[in-house]
Each structure stands twice: as structure tokens, then as C-alpha cells.
Design a binder for this molecule. Structure first.
Ligand SMILES: CC(=O)N[C@H]1[C@@H](OP(=O)(O)O)O[C@H](CO)[C@@H](O)[C@@H]1O
Ligand SMILES: [Mg+2]
Length: 538
């Protein structure tokens, strides 16, 4: 075994002078320096599975919304969650070892230290997005899996959330928590059925145009549509060209729409046409439309969270279960202040703010009966605690009104991907809610008015100097910087601003919002200046 591991690692030596890091979203960088990382992730995935006595672990090869020449890999825990933090560290250590012998030694020493039975079965589910480098990187990963003697199932092309779904299905098969059929078709059937049940005869008003970022979401949505009757919802698929992987995320997709605050230039949507954009691996979704005056409006993750929280709140009340569960909303500091206020004051629900990165939001949501969590950029989902799920399953309605609401609630539980944020599932949920409320995007937009805001990136000598606290809303280091930021913020009406080091890019991000566009821009620029001065070493 030791030799097989070293032999696998020997096939792909690491790139010289590169420091690899399992970051917020796994390893993500230029695809041409990832070969060694993939083989070693294969080894780590096998070891992780052995540490859990052969439960299935997922490996997803993707770089999400990054440019086409990038790629990456993330590992998935048995219930479809993100990799445990101590295993992120082990992955980083493994990726940075130089020789095959060191890799083999590290594998065995880790197994001994963590008391992992090296003869236990190792089982891994693997899939990839549509990037050109994916086939090569898959082969590198398989070498690691074979080197470690793992059993694996290669599902070819999948969206990231589909892979998470499969992992959870395999690990819950035959238990009372059975999540679904562990096949790609099983995913479509589950979504399609739940969508129709949740609609309960309601119809979406007008069609929905979906920009698939020229990524894996395109062909997968085309499959999913076969399970959705056209009378219930007409979906128009655009930017689904996966034959040209160099067009992935280029001038389209959720990140383009969010960053540029505009529709993809290729969009042919007319006034009031409901549109949304997925990202490259279909775990983020952004809604938007142009109003009658051709003004563009974005309905981002905050909007999806508020829409879902208000709908679920209504359903729970209609079921007669209002006193049984507390619904909470989890946001990051990037959530628009108007959305936070809307949830707390208008919906009367609790809001928790966490660090940036979905794993933090997910963990906070796990502590709630029903936890709605979304990043402003459109990544999120809703999770129900086990006690909540049991109660919903066992509850006996007392009248026809309650029975109706309960059916919709149960269908929504099925429709929502409990494992991870899923653009296709989130999108269908939004469609269900709009159909029930008989709302167009205009009514959705009218629930509250976003505060004008600005997000800037500041280059500094060492972003490690910037240390934040209080869900990253305050800087503790460099000393004195927060006081200077507070000083400029307090002069601005409805002003709020913070700076934090990015976890994925070499920069410090500055966010500001205020009563008017001019004030928000001015505040962002002032805070950026403070950061730049503090972060530039003489
Ligand atoms: C402001 C912002 O959008 N930050 C993004 C970005 O993190 P940073 O740590 O800000 O670079 O990438 C993360 C991973 O995709 C995503 O979870 C997060 O929301
Ligand atoms: Mg993504």
C-alpha cells in the first residue's frame, strides 16, 4: 500500500515555488498547476472515508465562477456538508509536501495519529464541471483514489449541488433519513415532483429566462425541465454553450450580474421579463429584471432569503405550527442593511450575522429550527433541524386550511437542497413562492428598498495585517484603523462600512452603504483610502 501511494504521488510532482491552500472554496487556482493537488486530494478523500468507516465522501472538480483557465477541487462530507476544518488543514499540508515518500509517510502517520483503520473501506463519489482541464484533473484524482485502494463512482459532469445531493443519498440509503435516489435522474425526479406538489395547481406568471454562465448548469437544467410541466413554468435556457468551454462565465453568469449590476450583454429579455443567472457550477443564483423604464433591478441573495423567510413564516402559521418553531435568517456583513431591518422589523424574525463563507452561515443555521441562510451573492439554502423535520412529518392538521398549507410546506422541504446552496433548487423555490403570492418581480422588489452600496477591492502589501472581529465587521488590527473608519462612518446618514481581508483573493475588501448613492460611494472611497494608507508599508 505504501508503495502504491508513493507511486501515485510520483506521477504528478507539485509545481515549483507554489504554496497550495485549501481555502474557503477548496483549492482553486490556474488549472495547469493543479495536477499534484488532485492526486493528493484523491488520497485525502480515501483517508477521510476510512476515518468514517467507509461512508461516502464527495470530490467535486470545479472553479465555480472563476475564469475558464482556472480549476479547483473541493471535498464533501457524508451528509453533503463542506469538508471538516481539521481535514482542510490536512489537505493543505498534504498538497505542500515535496516528495512522493513524504506523501506516503504523511498518509500513514495521519492514519496512525487519528487511529484510522487503513484496511477500512474507502468510498468516493466524484464529478466535475465543464472546464476543458476537467478531464485531465479527473484522471489525476483517480490516480490518487486508486493508489489508496478506494472504491469510487465517477458521475461525469454534474453541478456542485448535484454531487452534494448524491453523497448524502448514498450515505442515507436504507435509513429513516433517506434523502433520495442516488442517481442523477433521482435528483431530477425529486426536484420535479416536489416543485409540482409545492405549486399545488398555481402557475408562474410569465416565463423565466435562465442564464447558465455557459457552464454545467445549462445541460443539467435542460434535463430538469423534462420533469417540469410547461403549463406550470416555462423556462427559457440561455448561455448554455458548453461546447466552447472558453466562454464559461465570460460576460454572463451570477457573478457577472452581481459585480456589474447589469444583465449579461447578450440578454434579449424585455421589460418586466423575469430572469436569473447561475454561476459556473450552479450553486449560486441571482434574479433580475428591467422595469418598464428599462431600469435594471437586481434581486440578490438577500432578496431570496427574505422572500423565503416570509413565505415559510406564513406557511408555518397557516399550519398552526407558529409556536412550534422559530425561523431565523443568517446573513454576512455584506447583506444590505435594509434587508436586515426588513427581517427584524417587518417579518419579526431573528437575524444572525456570521463570517463570510457559506460554511459559517451553514453552521449558524444548523442551530435554528428553520435556518434560512444566503450570502448576498446568491449562495445559500434553508435547513430544517431534525426535530423540525419530525414534527412536520408527524403533524396532524386540524382543518382543511392547515392541511393545504402543510402539504405545501412538506413539498418545500423536499424541494430545498438541505445539503448545500443549490441554484436550481433555490430557483424553483422562488418560482413556487412568486406563483403562490401571484407576484411579479416588481412586487418582490417593493418589499423593501435597498440602501445604495459600494464594494471595493484594495491592494495592500500584506492582507494578513488586517484582522477582524465581530463577524468581520470591526478591525482589531492594524491598530487605530477601526477608529478612523468609525470616524468617517458617523458623519454619513444611514452610513455603515467595514473592511476585511478577502479569504479568496489577495486584497482587502471595503463595503459601504448609505442613504444615497453619492454618500455610499464617497464613504467607500474614504474607507478604502484609510485601508490603503494602513496597509502600504513604507
Ligand atoms: C464579498 C464576497 O462576495 N465574498 C465571497 C468571496 O469571499 P472573500 O473571502 O470575500 O474573498 O468568495 C467566497 C467563496 O466563493 C464567497 O463565499 C464570499 O461570499
Ligand atoms: Mg459556485
Amino acid at each position: 500500500m505504501a508503495d502504491a501511494i508513493a507511486a501515485a504521488a510520483a506521477k504528478h510532482p507539485p509545481a515549483e515555488k507554489v504554496k497550495y491552500q485549501y481555502g474557503t472554496a477548496g483549492f482553486r487556482m490556474k488549472a495547469d498547476i493543479l495536477d499534484s493537488v488532485m492526486t493528493r486530494c484523491g488520497l485525502i478523500a480515501a483517508l477521510r472515508s476510512r476515518s468514517l468507516k467507509g461512508r461516502w465522501i464527495g470530490v467535486m472538480i470545479t472553479a465555480s465562477h472563476n475564469p475558464p483557465e482556472d480549476n479547483g477541487v473541493k471535498l464533501v462530507e457524508p451528509m453533503g456538508n463542506m469538508l471538516a476544518e481539521d481535514w482542510e488543514k490536512l489537505s493543505t499540508q498534504m498538497a505542500n509536501l515535496q516528495t512522493p515518500e513524504e506523501v506516503s509517510k504523511f498518509y500513514h502517520e495521519t492514519a496512525t495519529r487519528l487511529k484510522i483503520d487503513r484496511t477500512a473501506p474507502a468510498r468516493v463519489v466524484i464529478a466535475r464541471d465543464t472546464r476543458a482541464s476537467g478531464a485531465r484533473l479527473l484522471a489525476c484524482t483517480l490516480e490518487g483514489l486508486k493508489g489508496a485502494g478506494a472504491e469510487y463512482k465517477d458521475f461525469g459532469f454534474l453541478t456542485t449541488p448535484q454531487l452534494h445531493y448524491l453523497v448524502r443519498c448514498f450515505n442515507t440509503e436504507g435509513t429513516h433519513q433517506e434523502y433520495g435516489k442516488p442517481t442523477e435522474v433521482g435528483y431530477y425526479e425529486k426536484m420535479g415532483n416536489a416543485f409540482q406538489r409545492a405549486l399545488k395547481g398555481k402557475e408562474a406568471a410569465g416565463s423565466l429566462t435562465v442564464d447558465c454562465a455557459n457552464g454545467v448548469g445549462g445541460p443539467k437544467l435542460t434535463q430538469l425541465i423534462k420533469y417540469i410541466p410547461k403549463e406550470a413554468l416555462e423556462i427559457i435556457v440561455v448561455n448554455d454553450n458548453v461546447i466552447k468551454p472558453e466562454s464559461l462565465n465570460v460576460d454572463c453568469g451570477a457573478d457577472y450580474v452581481k459585480t456589474n449590476q447589469r444583465a449579461p450583454p447578450s440578454s434579449k429579455a424585455g421589460p418586466n421579463d423575469r430572469c436569473c443567472s447561475l454561476d459556473g457550477d450552479a450553486d449560486r443564483v441571482m434574479y433580475y429584471f428591467k422595469d418598464a423604464n428599462n431600469v435594471f433591478h437586481l434581486l440578490d441573495g438577500d432578496r431570496i432569503a427574505t422572500l423565503a423567510a416570509s413565505f415559510l413564516g406564513d406557511l408555518v402559521r397557516q399550519c398552526g405550527l407558529a409556536d412550534s418553531f422559530k425561523i431565523g435568517v443568517v446573513q454576512t456583513a455584506y447583506a444590505n442593511g435594509a434587508s436586515t431591518q426588513y427581517v427584524e422589523r417587518d417579518l419579526g424574525l431573528q437575524v444572525v450575522c456570521t463570517n463570510t463563507g457559506v460554511k459559517y452561515l451553514h453552521h449558524a443555521a444548523e442551530k435554528m429550527d428553520i435556518g434560512v441562510y444566503f450570502e448576498a451573492n446568491g449562495h445559500g439554502t434553508i435547513i430544517f433541524s431534525e426535530a423540525t423535520l419530525d414534527k412536520i412529518a408527524e403533524y396532524e392538521p386540524r382543518n382543511p386550511g392547515q392541511a393545504q398549507a402543510l402539504e405545501v410546506l412538506r413539498a418545500c422541504v423536499e424541494l430545498i437542497n438541505q445539503a448545500v446552496g443549490d441554484a436550481l433548487s433555490d430557483m424553483l423555490l422562488v418560482e413556487v413562492i412568486l406563483a403562490h403570492k401571484q407576484w411579479s418581480c416588481n412586487e418582490w422588489l417593493a418589499t423593501y428598498t435597498d440602501l445604495p452600496n459600494r464594494l471595493l477591492k484594495v491592494k495592500v502589501t500584506d492582507r494578513g495585517l488586517f484582522q477582524a472581529t465581530d463577524a468581520e465587521r470591526k478591525l482589531v488590527k492594524p491598530e487605530g484603523v477601526q477608529a478612523r473608519i468609525d470616524d468617517v462612518v458617523k458623519k454619513v446618514r444611514q452610513g455603515r462600512s467595514f473592511a476585511r481581508a478577502s479569504g479568496t483573493e489577495d486584497a482587502v475588501r471595503v463595503y459601504a452603504e448609505a442613504a444615497t448613492r453619492a454618500e455610499a460611494d464617497d464613504l467607500a472611497n474614504k474607507v478604502a483610502k484609510i485601508v490603503e494608507t494602513a496597509g502600504t508599508l513604507p
